[in-house]
Structures are given as C-alpha cells and as structure tokens.
Design a protein around this ligand. Structure first.
Ligand code: GLN
Length: 197
C-alpha cells in the first residue's frame, strides 16, 4: 500500500509512523511518501492530512496544485484520514477566508472555538467501530458545528461531533497520530478487515 502524507506543513512524521503501524497490523506494509509537490497523489492508495496550521496547509496545497489532486483521490473513492487542521481543510466551510475548504467532508467548523475555550485537553472517547475507548489528544482543536446529510458521527465530546466519516474520508478534531494507538488509522484505511493477530 502506498500512503501519501500531505507534508507541506504539520505533524507529518507522526502520521507516517501511525499508518505504518496500522498497515503492519494487517500484514500489508505501507510505503509512505511525503507529498509536497503535485504529481504524487495519483500514485497513492491512501492519503493523510496532518494536524498543523490549516491556513498554511490550505495556501500551500493550493499553490502546488495538490488540492485538486486530493479532490480527485476522494472522487475515485480512495480513503483519506484528516486530523485537526486536516479536518478544517477538508471541511465544507471553515468560516475563514484564508482556508480554501476542499468540501470533502460535509461539515462546517469553527477553527478557533475549542481552542479558545480549552487550549489543549485529552479525553477517553467511545468511537463507533472500536471495542475499547480511544485516548484522544486535542490541541487547539476545531469545533464541528454543523453536520450534514451523509456524514456519520463516529465520536462526540459533550454532544459535539469530534470524529466523522463522509464516504472515504475519516476526519477527527483530535490527533490520533500523537498516541501509539493506530486504531483510528485502521478505521480509516481498513474499515472492513479484521486485524491480523
Ligand atoms: N486550530 C488549528 C488551525 O486552525 C489546528 C490545530 C491543530 O491542527 N492542532 O489550523
């Protein structure tokens, strides 16, 4: 499996490690490629959009023409995991002119709402599709304030969605790449397979 981590900015190495772990658990080694230029995404089976700074990620993927390639990847039904800033970039509306939302996940987000209230926090989440709670790390997290039609909510905090699935895209307000637990990467990339013991 070729996994592309959008690497214009953000916590790239952590995602690379997490997707390697998830793939290894399925006996399918991942070759990870860091995407900073156009022309690479079309070779990737799965994509990861890391946490970081959504305004910067948005500007750089647009400048490099990677934004359209990500849209094409999703249009062809291939999986994406987008975390935190990645969720903001993939949303339908980020309510910030500096973010050119890719409209891949039919939610609107408030990029600063959670952040201002609670700069950083951790929570044990019950996540649809996982047997045991997931220890989630939130850092200046976006708030998902509207969820539309075909979007499945996978986890909530205080009744607010913090993990969603829209077709081939799984997006989280938290950072599953920052803990050793790769089950969210697993959910995104191997949704129907049992983990090989
Ligand atoms: N709030 C940040 C943004 O707007 C995202 C923070 C993060 O990815 N940890 O980009």
């Amino acid at each position: 499996m070729q996994a592309g981590v959008i690497a214009v900015q953000g916590d790239v190495a952590e995602h690379a490690a997490a997707v390697r772990n998830a793939a290894a658990a399925h006996d399918e080694p991942a070759e990870v490629v860091e995407v900073r230029d156009s022309g690479i995404v079309s070779d990737c089976d799965v994509l990861l959009l890391p946490g970081g700074e959504s305004t910067t990620i948005s500007r750089l993927i647009r400048r490099e023409g990677i934004d359209e390639e990500i849209r094409d990847h999703v249009a062809s039904g291939k999986p994406v995991l987008a975390t935190c800033a990645g969720l903001i970039v993939c949303s339908r509306d980020a309510k910030d002119d500096r973010v050119d939302a890719l409209e891949l996940v039919d939610v609107s987000v408030d990029r600063n709402a959670f952040g201002r209230q609670k700069d950083s926090f951790e929570a044990k989440l019950s996540v649809a599709g996982l047997d045991d709670p997931f220890h989630a790390v939130f850092i200046r997290a976006p708030l998902i304030d509207e969820v539309d039609g075909g979007v499945e909510t996978l986890a909530t905090v205080d009744g607010r969605p913090v993990a969603v699935r829209d077709g081939p895209v799984v997006a989280t307000a938290f950072h599953p790449e920052l803990t050793a637990d790769s089950r969210i990467h697993d959910l995104a990339f191997f949704p129907e397979n049992e983990v090989v013991a």
